[in-house]
Design a protein around this ligand. Structure first.
Ligand code: ATP
Length: 511
């Protein structure tokens, strides 16, 4: 992971947000190459999910929606994580993801060095009144408590109570100033004598009229606009509404680079079908989505399904399977495919008073469709393909010495640049010819890069590292017979092709 993170910064894929001000935790900027990679991935998804299907249409909804959407969807009440603080190392973590430990089981606390372990022991004795023993970097002789888990950082069973923490980012809309409302209420003495929960409820009431939330998923807009979309295009069930774009979650634990961040992009589709056909459609979409992810991967076996256990399932869902990827730290979610039944449409119909039903003109019946939802992370997908593509190979260098070649074996359709055009030397008319070749590619809208800096071997390595699938080199022979070399990134094999046919040749390879 460290190597990938460092390559991402060095080559302009992903930067820490606001780095010159110390960076903003869990926010990332996609640099020139990352922006292309993310865009290519999302375009592939849109092409496959919308353009290649007659029964799926797109939507581009606003990020800020009516607050009642989140009330009806249950996000305001239920979209929260159980948050816990470790009393020893102060780590804040999600209880549901913490390492499990039965009550009464031995709990060993582990620290990076002896000094940290000594400090923790002093704290345990003096502040928590606990007796334990230190062995090097570990503290032993403790038992796990009733929580059923321990701190993921140090292993301590000394934890705060769980608190529910809403993950939605709250903001205010309109000309009202929520703080002004609060100040006025204090001045008028309306909050006097209130404390704890009562004070909180009163403050929430005061700020509610202007409160809005950044969407924590793209999905709800497809339910809310179901009737408009269906009627505008006279769509017949089964059909899908797809959307991709930004979502925001104030995640407690941000981890593994862009795997989990507060601002990220999703690619989601709600597929509306007749009740009773839902399980068939769920199987269909699981297969479609798995083959899509595998299509662009070097190691398709690193993707697997994991069916949710009953306890994990949302109460309304009939089934959910995650597509997981083997990340360097273990298997983890990449996409969830859920059978959401008619829950969302019914909830929004009830809360809004609008009819969110479908009239089947053939069967002459009315019903609320069931929904199958494939919900994928686009930014998480970028990380998956970077990990899948990253390879180090031992190759023979220019002077016969063995050296390490870093190569990003990105699928050509995802690669930021499709070709690099390199004049062997900066003379004999080679740069001019190379520029003309680059122009021919750019005219066709194919991302091409002119590169004349450093020796040719170093230029090949540079393009290997950013995943450019083909390098075209203009050399001495070009002047004689109008041919250039085309080098394949993965095999490093070179062959000669005609300079005039270069664009057509690369188009054929990319098709
Ligand atoms: P997790 O269990 O990892 O928190 P989730 O089950 O809450 O994910 P969903 O609500 O099903 O995720 O969202 C669909 C997809 O959106 C996920 O499979 C993931 O790829 C992506 N995603 C969700 N949260 C984040 C995040 N904070 N950062 C990046 N991608 C995310």
């Amino acid at each position: 992971m460290q190597k990938i993170v460092s390559l991402c910064k060095r080559r302009g894929f992903v930067f820490q947000s606001s780095e010159i001000y110390g960076g903003l935790k869990s926010a990332y900027d996609y640099g020139p190459l990352g922006a292309e990679l993310k865009r290519n991935l999302m375009t592939e998804w849109w092409t496959d999910m919308v353009h290649r299907r007659e029964n799926v249409v797109g939507l581009d909804a606003s990020i800020i929606m009516h607050p009642r959407v989140w009330e009806a969807s249950g996000h305001l009440a239920g979209f929260s994580d159980p948050l816990v603080d470790c009393k020893v190392c102060k780590e804040r973590f999600r209880a549901d993801n913490a390492p499990r430990a039965e009550e009464g089981a031995d709990a060993t606390l582990r620290f990076p060095d002896k000094g940290a372990a000594k400090a923790a022991l002093t704290q345990l004795t003096e502040q928590l009144g606990v007796t334990a023993e230190r062995r090097g970097k570990e503290i032993v002789g403790l038992k796990a408590g009733a929580a059923g888990y321990v701190c993921p950082n140090c292993g301590s069973p000394f934890l705060s109570d769980e608190r529910q923490f809403n993950l939605m980012f709250k903001s205010a809309i309109g000309a009202t100033d929520p703080l002004g409302e609060v100040a006025a209420a204090i001045e008028a003495g309306k909050l006097e004598g209130l404390g704890g929960r009562e004070l909180r409820t009163a403050l929430e009431e005061l700020t509610r009229p202007s409160a809005v939330y950044l969407r924590p998923e793209t999905a709800q807009a497809m339910f809310v606009q179901f009737a408009n979309v269906q009627q505008a295009l006279a769509l017949k069930v089964p059909f899908g509404i797809a959307q991709m774009g930004k979502s925001f979650r104030n995640e407690i634990t941000v981890e593994h680079f862009i795997f989990r961040s507060c601002e990220f992009e999703q690619m989601e589709m709600e597929f509306f079908c007749e009740p009773g056909t839902d399980e068939e459609w769920a199987d269909y979409w699981m297969n479609e989505r798995m083959s899509w992810w595998r299509r662009y991967a070097n190691a398709p076996d690193k993707f697997r399904f994991r069916a949710h256990e009953d306890a994990e399932l949302a109460h309304y869902a009939r089934g959910c399977s995650d597509i997981e990827f083997a990340y360097p730290w273990g298997w983890g979610e990449l996409e969830g495919i859920a059978n959401r039944t008619d829950y969302d449409l019914k909830k929004h119909a009830e809360a809004s008073g609008s009819k969110l039903e479908y009239f089947d003109p053939v069967k002459q019946t009315k019903y609320t469709p069931f929904v199958i939802e494939p919900a994928a992370g686009a930014t998480r997908g970028v990380l998956v393909y970077l990990i899948d593509a990253y390879h180090e190979e031992e190759v023979e260098g220019a002077k016969g010495k063995t050296e390490t070649r870093v190569v990003l074996k990105l699928h050509p359709r995802l690669a930021p640049y499709k070709v690099a055009v390199l004049p062997l030397v900066k003379k004999e008319g080679m740069p001019e010819k190379a520029r003309a070749v680059v122009d021919a590619f750019l005219q066709k809208g194919i991302a091409a890069r002119y590169d004349e800096q450093h020796a040719i071997g170093r230029r090949y390595r540079r393009h290997d590292e950013i995943g450019t699938p083909y390098c075209l080199t203009i050399d001495g022979q070009t002047n004689e017979d109008d041919t250039i070399t085309i080098r394949d990134r993965d095999t490093m094999e070179q062959r000669r092709i005609s300079i005039d046919g270069a664009v057509a040749e690369v188009q054929k390879l990319l098709a």
